[in-house]
Design a protein around this ligand. Structure first.
Ligand SMILES: Cc1cc2nc3c(=O)[nH]c(=O)nc-3n(C[C@H](O)[C@H](O)[C@H](O)COP(=O)(O)O)c2cc1C
Length: 338
């Protein structure tokens, strides 16, 4: 296991389709130097059969960054893992948690919780093919499986195949009847079983995921003995809350960032993107939550979402939105003082 990536996995931002694209990850990296970032899921068939190598594009600043793969064919996954390693990813992660229809019809994602032996074969094939860490993100079970029975068996099998690090989304996926979105909220969270898995598999690096909304919560899980915490939606919607103090609080590296610093850090990146013909909104849509919970958050979101699509919009608009935040903060202070 790479020590550097293992350390980064104390806090990670979850893979989220359509959300954690390269622009989002660049932003998150400005907020935290140390946290591990995950790509959106990329399917092995898209890479291997479709030749869609553009899906692997990322900025060197994103490291440490893990590529999440979807698939269920050991040979194809091994080939995709090699492509990921060649593209420079620090880790290859296998998705065994995603319940969407498309993924079910391709027989991968969460449905693989029912086929631990196949998952183990996939892990072994990927491990043989690459030097970087091969990890798994799974659920505690699916449908009417008993997590107490299937989860230890699943972990045993992937550990035997050489997976030393796993992230467990602490709820089942109900594959029949719930939408992917409902499957992230409705099946109840069971953090205790994740804790028990850590007791049972002390040599595995185990991260917990699901419903974690603050760094206080993350710290509590780490203090209780888990090795890592993965945060999804909260890191996306309130990135400053989750990431700006994480280097100090989670990694002990003593540096805090801020929403303002991240905005300034994004400006050259935005200029380069726009100069290459990219649209401002492709980047700013990931920045809308930067000031969540602070005075001016609404102004910030409004200036950006109403104007980012306009022809010629670029970093000047982002500075204008930032000025609106500063103004709102001054007004809020003045009204408190008065
Ligand atoms: C928009 C969205 C897209 C997601 N896409 C993926 C994905 O590609 N791969 C994956 O393993 N999980 C995916 N997830 C699930 C998250 O990684 C995470 O497990 C889940 O949101 C629970 O964590 P949270 O409560 O911190 O958000 C997605 C979640 C969201 C909200």
């Amino acid at each position: 296991m790479s020590e550097a990536v293992k350390k980064a996995a104390r806090l990670s931002v979850a893979p989220m389709m359509d959300w954690t694209d390269r622009h989002c990850r660049y932003l998150h990296r400005l907020l935290s130097r140390d946290a591990l970032l995950y790509t959106e899921m990329v399917t092995a068939p898209a890479l291997v059969r479709g030749g869609a190598l553009h899906l692997l594009a990322h900025d060197p600043a994103e490291h440490p960054v893990a590529l999440q793969l979807g698939g269920a064919d050991p040979v194809e996954l091994a080939q995709a893992a090699v492509l990921g390693q060649q593209a420079g990813y620090d880790e290859i992660n296998l998705n065994v948690g995603c319940p969407s229809d498309r993924v079910q019809s391709g027989a991968f994602g969460a449905v693989l919780m029912e086929q631990p032996a196949l998952v183990a074969q996939c892990v072994a094939a990927m491990r043989d093919a690459v030097q970087v860490d091969v990890t798994v993100k799974c659920r505690i079970g699916v449908d009417d499986q008993d997590p107490e029975v299937v989860l230890p068996d699943f972990l045993e099998q992937i550990r035997g195949a050489g997976c030393a690090r796993v992230t467990i989304h602490a709820r089942k996926a109900w594959l029949k009847g719930l939408s992917p979105k409902e499957n992230r909220d409705i099946p109840p969270l069971d953090y205790d079983i994740v804790m028990r898995m850590k007791d049972r598999f002390p040599d595995m690096h185990i991260s917990v995921n699901g419903g974690i909304t603050s760094l206080d919560q993350a710290e509590a899980f780490l203090a209780a003995g888990l090795d890592g915490v993965m945060v999804g939606r909260s890191a996306y919607h309130a990135p400053t809350d989750i990431l700006a103090t994480a280097d100090r609080r989670i990694f002990g590296s003593g540096r805090d960032s801020s929403a303002e610093a991240a905005v300034h850090g994004m400006l050259p990146y935005i200029d380069a993107h726009v100069a290459q013909g990219g649209k401002l909104g492709q980047i700013t849509r990931h920045m809308l939550g930067l000031f969540a919970g602070r005075p001016g958050a609404r102004h910030w979101r409004r200036v950006l979402s109403e104007n980012a699509h306009r022809p010629g919009a670029g970093s000047a608009l982002v500075l204008e939105a930032l000025a609106a935040v500063a103004e709102a903060a001054l007004l809020a202070e003045a009204s408190q003082a008065g």
